[in-house]
Design a protein around this ligand. Structure first.
Ligand code: ZN
Length: 427
């Protein structure tokens, strides 16, 4: 699946996991039910597991046992900053206007969500066979449905000098002019119609706003890619494409781990702070006839690429960047380094990744924070709490990280897929 289609089919975490699932199943990967015993695992087996419908872990088993060769893992995250619809979120205003009460998810650049056609996506829980087993249905409303209008400049002449936005007051989206009384409310009626289910069977939902304008190419030669959620779905897509392009009978086991909740600190059962992935890999070692000691040996020999986007040099703000390490758009994947160890990268793992890029014929560059700018963090070090892997933090250069629409390049995306494929194929 091409990157544009992948992004448009993945407006939020749940839908992203579903898109990955479809792609993997079409490529012959089996969905393993984690409640079943994992009794036998053979070389060449391809399968994946999910957690909470919002994280996914795919495995292609190598011909060498993990105790002998470790494993090659690429990590990325499928969540992005957005706004979640609160329970009892309907707020009726004058003139029949209806707005929705929302809560911020992660750290969006809030002003970029204004005056833009938005819509809703996520999951809906339906009454199941008993209270503990509700049925999950995904919801992706594919038409523009909401807008968060700005205040006109005439009411705030200082608007271009900077505006402080309140999450509770300024950021509530408007869903329409509704004059009739709808039994159960607007949202319940909308969901029931979209999913073709009875209103009384809808128990709850996780619904989020997303940018309803599709992904597009920008630039004189179409060199840029403009989309919501490039952080981190572009890295998810690159990892997925690499897994599909890589050797189907590898020596070393290949792993793709797509975590949820990176944007809120990763400390959930489906986030990188969870022992779920580590437990799943242990189950594979044991199913191969290995012991717990074999598992520890596997960890010692494994290598991780933690893939999360980096900040491309912005020509209007060059003072924000490190004077000697500021990655260029189109200059290839970026190795991220931080002396305070917010990134997993060290000289040893950076050397490995740079060498993989060289072998793949791909340029690579470095990002280090301007020393007076704090910078962000990512998956690599959080995962280290349950899986102490040798690994590198890297990502592709993008502008406007956490904007409703971010910008990257198609060239870097292609470079990244080539480097990742080479990594999976290494022995
Ligand atoms: Zn990210």
């Amino acid at each position: 699946m091409k990157i544009f289609e992948f992004l448009d089919k993945s407006p939020v975490n749940f839908l992203a996991v579903n898109t990955i699932k479809e792609v993997l199943e079409a490529a012959g990967f089996k969905h393993f039910d984690t409640t079943k015993p994992l009794s036998e695992v053979k070389a060449g087996d391809q399968f994946f597991v999910t957690k909470n419908d919002s994280s996914l872990y795919a495995f292609r088993i190598g011909s060498k046992p993990m105790a002998e060769s470790g494993f090659h893992i690429i990590c990325a995250h499928c969540d992005s900053p957005t706004f979640r619809i609160k329970p009892q979120g309907e707020m009726k205003c004058e003139g029949g206007l209806m707005k929705l009460n929302t809560e911020v998810y992660g750290g969006p650049i809030m002003s970029t969500w204004m005056d833009r056609p938005l819509s809703l996506a996520g999951r809906v829980m339906l009454r199941g066979k008993d209270a503990l087993h509700p049925e999950t249905r995904l919801l992706h409303i594919k038409r523009p449905l909401l807008v968060i209008p700005n205040l006109a400049i005439h009411f705030n002449r200082q608007v271009n000098d900077g505006v402080k936005l309140s999450k509770q007051k300024d950021m509530l989206p408007i869903i329409g002019i509704i004059n009739e009384q709808l039994e159960g409310g607007v949202l319940l009626n909308l969901i029931s119609k979209e999913l073709n289910v009875e209103k009384q069977d809808i128990l709850d939902f996780d619904l989020y706003l997303y940018d309803a304008t599709p992904t597009c190419a920008v630039g004189l030669n179409g060199e840029f890619i403009s989309s919501g959620r490039l952080d981190d779905l572009s890295m998810v897509h690159a990892g997925l494409e690499a897994l599909l392009a890589a050797n189907k009978s590898p020596e070393v086991t290949q792993v793709l781990a797509i975590f949820d909740n990176e944007e809120t600190g990763s400390q959930t059962k489906q986030g990188a702070g969870s022992p779920f992935l580590s437990t799943m890999l242990q189950r594979i070692v044991l199913a191969q006839g290995g012991t717990m000691d074999d598992w520890f040996r596997a960890v010692e020999q494994a290598f991780m690429i933690s893939a999360d986007n980096a900040h491309a040099w912005h020509p209007n703000y060059s003072e924000k960047y490190d004077p000697t390490n500021h990655p260029q758009m189109g200059g290839g994947p970026v190795i991220k380094i931080n002396a305070a160890q917010k990134y997993a990268t060290d000289a040893s793992s950076a050397a490995v990744f740079a060498e993989i890029c060289r072998e793949a014929g791909v340029p690579c560059q470095y990002f280090v924070n301007h020393s007076d700018v704090a910078g962000g963090s990512t998956l690599g070090n959080i995962l280290a709490a349950s899986l102490p892997l040798r690994g590198v933090d890297m990502g592709n250069p993008i502008w406007a990280m956490h904007s409703c629409r971010e910008t990257g390049t198609l060239a870097d995306h292609d470079f990244c897929i080539r480097a990742f494929t080479k990594f999976y194929d290494e022995n």
